[in-house]
Structures are given as structure tokens and as C-alpha cells.
Design a protein around this ligand. Structure first.
Ligand code: GDP
Length: 445
């Protein structure tokens, strides 16, 4: 494969910047432009070594920058090829000049994601791991980054391969029965196949559920805060934000418009919307706010209804409650600092005292986000699509088994399921698809 080069750091001014090269001839290209302080032949330079020196334009003999170069020798590198990383000062002009020199002296400009694509093509990572790298780069919350790092470690691939093995096991037995019925290979009855397929199907169902969690980690949970005026909605949003962003007043109906904020609970992103309430509006501005509130309630994953713990629920609140009864909702009793008696079955907070831990815990519980166990989880619609394909085929195989269809017909669907799982990890992936995945990376990765 050709030698590729790219600027791997963000295109902005920074302390340092990195130009990366990968490919069989990368050290030869480097040798033409890098003058180390202590020159050595490449054979004598071990991998994982950093050398100090200067980048010099070979045509003009002009020093471009003072640099540190890291050497990685095939196969112990990100791409599993010979690689080097030139750490220069972080100016955009300098980085471009170094890249130009690499290109003039034998390297080609890398396409977006090409370094990672090579890691995949050279078998160092599989496709789920490549997708995990995209997710780590794009992560918006610490939990999402952590989750992606787990998948990069291969948790998902191992699980998929384990399931694949089980399917292979069934296939081998079926094939043996079809091709060598005279041999004494353990007979696979339809009943056996049925049980085993059901077991695998359940594992796939369990795995497909992890996609929802992954989606939550990526996109955040949408929460709408509602309640009658003065219940403490804005104060709750403020204490979630731990800073005074919404204007808190004690004049009823002051949150005229919608305030949407991003918060993070235990590293999980939440989008919280403080609504104008859904009571009858007295003027036009309030009317607009109310329409927006109704929309945000419809779109919310969770509606938090804030009530004032120091008084009974009023008619207005009962009416609000009737409007959200079909939604996923939660009632919190705010101003707990004003009361002495608390009911066991109610959720109390004091937004004013920033005492909202019970609510946070409840939210994490509701979305199954309390566990920090490392589990394999699906992270892309590509993966869930293929997993569902595998599942549908297993269901079909099972139905065929139930209907006593011939075992070789059943084996066709089982094979389809097997192939779909193979595609998740990137074995037998088609070229267009892998190109599409890697194009989602930035240049230099
Ligand atoms: P909203 O209209 O529902 O957004 O209510 P606000 O957040 O504007 O609060 C209305 C009033 O209740 C303000 O004077 C707040 O200081 C007060 N308040 C909010 N939360 C609490 C609380 O937990 N305890 C007490 N004592 N007062 C609170």
C-alpha cells in the first residue's frame, strides 16, 4: 500500500501540531526531510522511539521547524504499518509546509479516516472497533466516551463472535446431517435446532436493547419540566445547572418562553426544557409559549411535573396531570424545606437549597443508567440493522423448524443470520459500506 500523510491535529493554532505518515516507505520519505540531532540508520532505530531534530526543505536547505519525531515500526502501530508522527509547533502554516514536504517526497495525501481504514484492512481492529473510534472522537459526554472506549476494547466484537460460534455449531451439525447422513454425527432434530435457535435469538434481543441506551448516551435524554406557576420549575432547572441561568421570580407566569439547557448527570447528557406551563394563556406571547411547551412535552422522553410540597395539589395541577397521563412522567414535590411531614411514596426536593439528589437518582434509575458495568453494546444504526436481520432470520428458521420443513431449508436462514453477524464485525463487508464508514472520520485519523 502507498504511503499516506496528513495533518492529524485540529486545523487551529495550538502548542503542538502533528503530521502523521503511514506506509511501507514512510521512513524513506521522512529521511529526505528530517535531520535528527543524532542520526542513525532506520534499522538501528527501534519502534516507539522519539527523535529530536529539524525538518529541512531539501530543495532550499531551509529549516522549517524544530520537531520531535515518533517512530512506530510495522506491525506495532495504529495502522499496523510503518508509521511516524512529526510533532512540530502548532502553527497552521508550519504544519501545512511539513505536509507539503511529505507529499513532494513520496507520500500521498490521506483520505478522511484512511489511517483507521488501514488499521481495519490490516486486521488490527474490526469494524465495530473502527466505529467506536469515531464515537470516542465525537463523544459529547464522559459516559459516552467511556462506553465507546469499552467497545474499542472489543467487548461487542467478542459477544458477536461468541454468538456466531454458537450459530456455526448448529450449522456444522446440520451440514453433517445433510452431507453425511451415513456417518454417526450427532443427529440434529428440528426440536434441537429450535431450542438452540431460541436461545441465540434471546441473546440477540438482549443485545439489541443496548442500542437504546447507547442512543441515550449519544443524544441525551429529553426532559420537560412542567407545573403551575411558582412551583419552582425555573429554580429546579437552575439547581440542575448549578448556576443562575433562568430568571427566577415570584410573579406567576414569568417563564414566558421555553428555556432549553444541556446538563450532565453522572456524565450522561440531558436536555432539560423549562416550559411556560400549559395553563390557559391570557395574552398572545403567553399563548406562543404554551404552544411550544405542549410540543416539547410531546417530544420529551420524560416529563417532570413540579408541585409545591407546602400546599395541596390545586385544580390547575390536576388538569395538567390529566394532560400528561399517557406520557412517561414523574411528580416531584418541591420546597421540601418548608414542610415537616413527608410521605414515604413521594419524591421530595428543595430546588432553593439545591437539594435535588433524590430526583437525579430517580431519573438515572428510570433510564437504567445506574449500572456502570462494562457490557457489550451496539453503537450504530448499521449494527442494529444487521443484528435485526440476523434475528429475523433466526425467527424464520425457528418457524420453519416448527412447521417441520426440511432441515436444509432451515439452514438457509441460519446461514443468512450468520452472515449478518459476520458483517457487523466487518468480515465480508462490502466496499461501499466500509468506504462510507471511514469517510465519517476526519482527515488524519
Ligand atoms: P416557576 O414559576 O415554577 O418557575 O417557579 P420559580 O422557580 O420562579 O420559583 C418561584 C418561587 O418559589 C421563587 O420565589 C423561588 O425562590 C421559590 N422557590 C423555588 N424553589 C423553592 C424551594 O425549594 N424552597 C423554597 N422555600 N422556595 C422555593
Amino acid at each position: 500500500m502507498s504511503t499516506i500523510a496528513a495533518i492529524s491535529t485540529a486545523p487551529a493554532i495550538g502548542g503542538i501540531g502533528i503530521v502523521r505518515m503511514s506506509g511501507k516507505d514512510c521512513f524513506e520519505v521522512l529521511e529526505k526531510i528530517f535531520k535528527p540531532k543524532n542520526p542513525e540508520t532506520i534499522e538501528n532505530i527501534a519502534g516507539y522511539i522519539i527523535k529530536y531534530g529539524t525538518i529541512v526543505n531539501p530543495e532550499t536547505n531551509r529549516v522549517v521547524d524544530e520537531v520531535l519525531v515518533s517512530y512506530f515500526k510495522c506491525p506495532k502501530s495504529y495502522t499496523a504499518e510503518n508509521m511516524c508522527e512529526i510533532n512540530s509547533h502548532g502553527g497552521i502554516v508550519v504544519l501545512r509546509e511539513i505536509l507539503e514536504l511529505c507529499l513532494k517526497n513520496g507520500a500521498e495525501l490521506a483520505k478522511p479516516g484512511e489511517f483507521t481504514e488501514r488499521a481495519f484492512l490490516n486486521g488490527r481492529i474490526d469494524l465495530t472497533q473502527a466505529e467506536a473510534i469515531i464515537d470516542i472522537i465525537n463523544a459529547k459526554s464522559t459516559r459516552e466516551a467511556q462506553e465507546s472506549a469499552n467497545q474499542l476494547e472489543g467487548y461487542l466484537s467478542r459477544k458477536i463472535n461468541e454468538i456466531r460460534e454458537k450459530i456455526m455449531d448448529i450449522m456444522v451439525k446440520i451440514e453433517a446431517n445433510i452431507d453425511y447422513p451415513e456417518y454417526d454425527v450427532e443427529e440434529v432434530s428440528n426440536k434441537d435446532a429450535e431450542n438452540k435457535l431460541k436461545e441465540i435469538e434471546n441473546e440477540l434481543i438482549k443485545l439489541s436493547k443496548t442500542f437504546e441506551n447507547g442512543k441515550i448516551l449519544k443524544e441525551g435524554v429529553k426532559i420537560a419540566i412542567i407545573g403551575s406557576p411558582n412551583a419552582g420549575k425555573s429554580s429546579l432547572l437552575n439547581s440542575m445547572l448549578k448556576e443562575e441561568r433562568a430568571i427566577v421570580t415570584d410573579i406567576a407566569g414569568t417563564t414566558r418562553d421555553i428555556i432549553e439547557e444541556q446538563i450532565s448527570i453522572e456524565g450522561i447528557p440531558f436536555k432539560v426544557i423549562d416550559t411556560a406551563g400549559i395553563r390557559d394563556a391570557k395574552d398572545k406571547i403567553e399563548q406562543i409559549g404554551i404552544e411550544k411547551s405542549t410540543k416539547s412535552i410531546e417530544e420529551a422522553d420524560l416529563v417532570i411535573m413540579v408541585c409545591d410540597a407546602s400546599r395541596e395539589m390545586n385544580d390547575e395541577e390536576k388538569e395538567i396531570l390529566s394532560k400528561i397521563k399517557d406520557k412517561n412522567y414523574l411528580i416531584v414535590y418541591n420546597k421540601a424545606d418548608l414542610i415537616n411531614h413527608k410521605d414515604d411514596d413521594k419524591l421530595y426536593i428543595s430546588a432553593l437549597n439545591k437539594d435535588i439528589t433524590p430526583l437525579k437518582n430517580k431519573i438515572l434509575n428510570l433510564f437504567n443508567l445506574t449500572s456502570k458495568d462494562i457490557t457489550p453494546s451496539l453503537c450504530s444504526s448499521r449494527q442494529i440493522g444487521l443484528l435485526n436481520k440476523a434475528r429475523d432470520n433466526l425467527i424464520k428458521a425457528n418457524e420453519d423448524a416448527l412447521n417441520n420443513l426440511s432441515i436444509d431449508l432451515i439452514s438457509v436462514s441460519i446461514k443468512e443470520a450468520y452472515d449478518a453477524l459476520k458483517e457487523i464485525v466487518g468480515l465480508s463487508v462490502n466496499t461501499d459500506l466500509s468506504e462510507e464508514i471511514f469517510s465519517r472520520f476526519c482527515v488524519g485519523k
